[in-house]
Design a protein around this ligand. Structure first.
Ligand SMILES: NC(=O)c1ccc[n+]([C@@H]2O[C@H](COP(=O)([O-])OP(=O)(O)OC[C@H]3O[C@@H](n4cnc5c(N)ncnc54)[C@H](O)[C@@H]3O)[C@@H](O)[C@H]2O)c1
Length: 268
């Protein structure tokens, strides 16, 4: 298999290193807006080469993996599925745009391309997926983060909130997943994933709490429905290279790639 990884940051680098050791992966194409990041990673790998654009490689690539940004996801998804090439995406928040989502999924249906969305930094998506085969009453996501994970957010800057100066546990946001994904585009991709799996962006509720005492990125996923109730708590260690990104998100991308390559679907 030949894969293209778009974005050579915390997730893309970790995934590329794991893919480099997978015998089934024969070639890894690397792309980053900052070419230097891709070149640095290329030097550490056996099977990688840096390329200029996803489009150029689509003829000889089996899977495109987006680990960059919502904007990158929007561009890459459409290009890949239009040409019938499978895509894995990490910036799931891009799918909050209903028109874009339905156009992309329609294109993928027509071309036979598959869109893979790893569970990311969250546990409990398996139960939510099963539960959604019958009626779900509520889906609630409560995320508690350290100030470092919430740095440089335009919405907070506009509100005059400096996360590093907050001294006690503070609710920053409470509302729909749709708005959460838009206001915190790099921080709450899991809200998009649970919305897609469960009851949608407008009915899924999200609370984001900033807590200076907390060292991990914590997610509580609470689902109720005909099946009963599940409360699933994840205490995520931040990635060494990017405190916004939980290390589990990188591991979920690696595990998704292994499942795709080996066609193993245990616990789906
Ligand atoms: N699904 C999840 O649970 C989950 C969890 C964490 C992060 N994410 C998302 O995954 C993405 C990657 O996360 P990360 O921690 O690796 O980020 P990162 O900032 O460490 O790395 C992103 C890399 O992508 C590059 N990049 C940005 N836009 C690009 C573009 N248009 N084309 C090519 N390269 C581009 C950047 O230069 C950077 O090197 C982010 O959008 C993040 O929000 C998802």
């Amino acid at each position: 298999m030949r894969i293209t990884i778009v974005g050579c940051g915390a997730i893309g680098s970790k995934l590329a290193k794991a893919a480099d050791d997978m015998p089934e992966v024969k070639r890894i194409y690397l792309i980053d807006l900052n070419r230097g990041y891709a070149e640095k990673l290329e030097k550490e790998l056996k099977k990688a080469i840096v390329v200029e654009s996803v489009e150029d490689e689509l003829y000889h690539c089996d899977l495109v993996i987006e680990a960059a940004s919502q904007d990158a996801a929007k561009e890459i998804l459409m290009k890949s599925v239009s040409r019938g090439v499978d895509v894995m995406m990490m910036s799931v928040g891009a799918l909050v745009d209903d028109d874009f989502r339905s156009q992309t999924f329609d294109k993928a249906n027509n071309s036979g391309a598959r869109i893979f969305i790893p569970s990311g930094a969250l546990a409990g998506t398996d139960a939510l997926r099963s539960a959604s085969s019958d009626e779900i009453t509520s889906v609630e996501l409560r995320s508690t983060k350290n100030p470092k994970a919430l740095a440089d957010i335009e919405y907070l800057e506009k509100k005059g909130i400096r996360p590093s100066e907050v001294k006690e546990s503070t609710v920053l946001y409470s509302g729909t997943a749709r708005e959460a994904v838009k206001l915190f585009p790099r921080n709450i991709n899991v809200a998009a994933t649970v919305s897609l799996l469960g009851i949608g962006f407008d009915k899924t509720t999200v609370t984001i709490i900033l807590d200076p005492e907390v060292k991990s990125n914590n997610h509580d996923l609470i689902v109720t429905g005909v099946f009963g109730r599940t409360e699933c708590r994840t205490f995520n260690v931040p990635s060494p290279d990017n405190p916004r990104t939980s290390y589990l998100a990188s591991l979920s991308a690696i595990s998704a790639l292994k499942r795709i390559i080996r066609n193993e679907w245990i616990g789906i």
